[in-house]
Design a protein around this ligand. Sequence first.
Ligand SMILES: [Zn+2]
Length: 282
Amino acid sequence: MQQTINKEITIKGVGLHSGLKSVLILKPAEVDTGITFRRSDVVGSNPVKALYSNVVDTRNCTCLGDGKGNLISTIEHLMAALSVLKIDNVAVEVSSPEMPILDGAAAKFIEAITSAGIKTQYLPRRRLKVLRKVEFKDDKGGYISIEPAKDFAIDFTIEFPSPIVGHQEFNASIDLNLFNQEIAPCRTFCEKNQIDYLQSIGLIKGGSLDNAVVLDGDKILNEGGFKVPNECVNHKVLDAIGDMYTSGYQIIGRVTALKTGHYHNNQLLKALFADTANYEII
Ligand SMILES: [Zn+2]
C-alpha cells in the first residue's frame, strides 16, 4: 500500500551554497499526489512534483524548477531517504532556494521521518519494472545504464585522482537496513583546491567539515576520517537512489554507473521514459 508520514515534521539547517538558513517542513499528503516541493518564502509559489522532467539544473546537485523561475536545489538526499523508507506521498515546503544540507548525507532525514512515523494509506503502490536495457554515456567516459532485475540494485564505480579515494566500487541490492548502515551516513566530498575555487566565486558558504568530506592530496581533513570505508562511492550511490526516485516510482531494475553524477542520472530517466516499451508500471 502507499504510505505517507504520520505527522508534520520541521527540520532547520543551512543551505550548502548560499549559507542561508532554511526551514524544511514535511507534511502528510493524499494518495497518488507523490512527492511535491513548494517554496514557502515565495508568495503564490505552486507545489512542483519531484519528477525528472521538472529538474532544471544538475551541475552540483539536483535542482527542481517550479516553471515560474523559482528553484529548489539539493533535493536528492531527502529523496533518497523517502525512497528507501517507501514514502509515496509527502508535501515538502522549504523557505529558501536550497534544502538544508544538515549532515551532508541522509541520516538526519531518516531519523526525523522514522521518529514521526509512517502511515499506511488506502490505495496500492504502483512500481516501475524495467523491461529492457537503456543506456546513457557522455564523451568523457561517464556511463550509466538500467536493466531488468529482480529488485532495485546499484552497481557503481568511481575513479578519483585523489590517492585516498582512487578506485571504489559498490554493488548491492538496496534495502533499508543496508542503506542505514552503509549509505545514509556518507557525506558529500570534495578536494580542498575545489573548495578554494568554489568559495572564490561565492559558493559553499554553508559548507563545513560537519557536512562534507574534504580531501587534500593523500589526507582527509575531517577529524575521525571516513565514516564508512568506501564513503565516497557510497555517497554517489545515495545520490543515485535519490535521483532515481524522481522517476516517481520505486524501481525494479539494476543501475550500473561508472564516473557519473546527477546529470547522467537525469539523462538516464529521460531515455527510460522516452519509449514505453522500456518499462511497465505494475
Ligand atoms: Zn549528494
